[in-house]
Each structure stands twice: as structure tokens, then as C-alpha cells.
Design a protein around this ligand. Structure first.
Ligand code: SF4
Length: 346
């Protein structure tokens, strides 16, 4: 690219003037940077904001997090989803708590749990001034637009690999942490996926996609086939208790987390919806390339024949419900259904 120094100067000046005030930027520390980067890996800033300060109150530093029981760590992560991030963050805290000195290079950080190329570059550039460029989805979007790169990428990993050398070339060697944050901030607030605000962009004079008049056309990806899945869930009450399913400790994604049971958990066929009346709720969510439609039916406790080994099923009292950790959106669903029950009873 021509004039990389000018690009750096413009984006840094823009960032210093327009950056959002975020709690992890107020009094930055290594620990706060690590926590915020883990939270932001697959979660939007507005969702992370609600959790970050509560997290710091309970786990103010690596030592406090390292010493906490995993169940409590997961409970504090509830609402952020993708719980493996919380497990990895917990393992990372245990490792860092006994390190002396704490490593400062991206390569060393990549040996820690849950830390890949992007996260190691973000953490070490922000906390230690390491000269490592971050290439996340926001940066890919900016760089592919700057070049009007019309390569059709298989996925975001392939696009990030293709953008890596330009990202390194543009990195500000004197301010790598701020430069990385400036790029990500520009992608999050100005160079958005839909309707980028090119008139407000500090690097518009570098941007070939803006010249084409259709910057949204970049980056280009092979369209993914969306797979549809149908899931039935059961809402089964006994007094003030709710029947929930707890995944086994060895489960890869959901270990020790609770959710509304599926018919198979109760030894029932999945076509159990017949005879149960209209659904209480229908929910749709998207996870990677899956579109998952979940339908929740009331299932009378009197029909229930719990298997002798309980098979992960538990009656959870109203008082205990707040203390357990529910996976994904199940906390919200349970709250909504309890509220509906409450208003129906009035
Ligand atoms: S000019 Fe527009 S498309 Fe180009 S980088 Fe800036 S916001 Fe993105």
C-alpha cells in the first residue's frame, strides 16, 4: 500500500478522538484486557458490558479467578454463551497465576488455553506493546474494502489469512495496541457490514471499495448452506420445581450446564408433541451454519416416568433455580415461561 504512515496517522488520530468509552479501556491492566478479549470473542460489546464489571467485582485478578470453583465461574459467565471460553479463561488464570515472569510475546500466549492468533495479538499488543497485528472480522472487512479485494473466500479464517500481511504492513510500530484497537473500533462503528459510514471514515481516501460506490460488496464469501434443525423441549412442573436436564461432566460444549429437557432425555420419542396441546413457545436461534427451531410444550408431571438412573434429569426448586447455570438462552426462556405462568395464575 502507498503511504502506510499516513494511514496509521489518520486512523490513530480518529481513534483518539472518537473511541467509545468502555470499562476495560478506563484503567487498563493485563487482566482486564484478557477478560475483555475473551468476552468479546463471540459476543457483542453491548452484551459484554453488562457482565464485565460484575465479573471484576467477583474475580478482580488472575489469583481470584484461579482460586474460584469452576461452577461459580460458569455461573458468572451465564448470558455470554459459548461456555468453553469461561472454562479456558479459568484454566488460563490458573496458569498465569503461577507464572513468573508472565510472558509478553504472542507466541508464548498462544500456548495458553483459549488463546489463538487473534487473541494473542490483541492481548500482547495492548498490554505489552508487542508488534503483532490483530486480524478479526472487523479488520478483514476494512482491509478487503481498502483493496476492493474481490476474492471469494471459503470462510473468515481464509480471509483473515489473506489479510494478515497487509495488516502487519499497516501496523503502527510505535503504537501497536492503539492501532489494533483503532482498526477494530473503525470496523465496529464506521466500516460496518451494512451501510458503512464512508463519509465519516478517516481512511476513505485509501479505500477502493468506497470508490466503486458499493463497499458492502466486500469482503466476498462463498455462501454457506444453512442447515435447519428442529428441537422439541418439555416444560414439566411439580409444585414450584422445574424438571431440567444437566449435561454430563464430559460433555464437550455443555458440561455441567442445565437446559430444558428434550423428549429423548425422558426416554420419549421425539414426535411426543402429539396430544400435548399447542406449544407454549417457539424459539429460533442461529449457531454457526445451523438454524435451530425449538418448540417448547407443557408436559404433565403425572405422565412422567423418570428413568431409575435419572439420566441427568433433576427437579430444580424455584429457590435453587437462580443458583444453577443454564446454557445459552435457557435462562431467558425459563424466565419468560415462569412469568407467563404467573400472569395466567393471577
Ligand atoms: S471508506 Fe467506507 S468502506 Fe472504506 S474503509 Fe472506510 S467505511 Fe469502510
Amino acid at each position: 500500500m502507498n503511504r502506510p504512515a499516513e494511514f496509521r496517522r489518520l486512523i490513530l488520530a480518529w481513534y483518539r478522538k472518537h473511541q467509545r468509552r468502555l470499562p476495560w479501556r478506563e484503567n487498563p491492566s493485563l487482566y482486564q484486557t484478557v477478560v475483555s478479549e475473551f468476552m468479546l470473542q463471540q459476543t457483542q460489546v453491548k452484551t459484554a458490558l453488562g457482565h464485565f464489571e460484575r465479573w471484576l467485582e467477583r474475580f478482580p485478578d488472575f489469583d481470584a479467578l484461579a482460586e474460584a470453583p469452576e461452577a461459580e465461574v460458569l455461573k458468572h459467565w451465564e448470558g455470554l454463551g459459548y461456555y468453553n471460553r469461561a472454562r479456558n479463561l479459568h484454566r488460563l488464570a490458573k496458569a498465569v497465576a503461577v507464572m513468573d515472569p508472565i510472558p509478553r510475546t504472542p507466541e508464548a500466549w498462544q500456548s495458553l488455553p483459549g488463546v489463538g492468533p487473534y487473541t494473542s495479538a490483541a492481548i500482547t499488543s495492548i498490554a505489552f506493546g508487542a508488534r503483532a497485528a490483530c486480524v478479526d472480522g472487523n479488520v478483514v472487512r476494512i482491509l478487503s474494502r481498502i483493496q476492493a479485494d474481490d476474492t471469494q473466500y471459503r470462510d473468515s479464517t481464509a480471509a483473515a489469512a489473506a489479510c494478515a500481511s497487509l495488516a502487519e504492513e499497516l501496523l503502527d510500530p510505535d503504537n501497536p495496541g492503539d492501532h489494533n484497537q483503532a482498526m477494530m473500533e473503525l470496523g465496529a462503528t464506521v466500516c460496518s457490514r451494512r451501510r458503512p459510514l464512508c463519509a465519516a471514515c478517516p481512511v476513505v481516501t485509501f479505500c477502493r471499495a468506497a470508490e466503486t460506490g458499493n463497499p458492502e460488496a466486500f469482503p466476498r464469501f462463498v455462501s454457506k448452506k444453512i442447515e435447519k434443525q428442529e428441537v422439541t423441549r418439555l416444560w414439566c412442573r411439580r409444585g414450584d420445581s422445574l424438571l431440567l436436564y444437566k449435561s454430563a461432566a464430559g460433555s464437550r460444549r455443555l458440561a455441567e450446564l442445565y437446559e430444558l429437557p428434550q423428549p429423548a432425555h425422558l426416554g420419549l420419542p421425539n414426535a411426543i408433541s402429539e396430544g400435548l396441546g399447542p406449544p407454549l413457545a417457539r424459539k429460533v436461534r442461529h449457531i454457526t451454519r445451523f438454524r435451530i427451531s425449538e418448540t417448547i410444550y407443557a408436559y404433565p408431571a403425572k405422565h412422567l416416568k423418570l428413568p431409575a438412573n435419572k439420566n441427568g434429569l433433576e427437579w430444580v426448586s424455584g429457590e435453587r433455580l437462580d443458583r444453577i447455570t443454564l446454557s445459552g438462552p435457557h435462562r431467558r426462556w425459563v424466565r419468560e415461561l415462569l412469568a407467563e405462568e404467573g400472569s395466567a395464575a393471577r
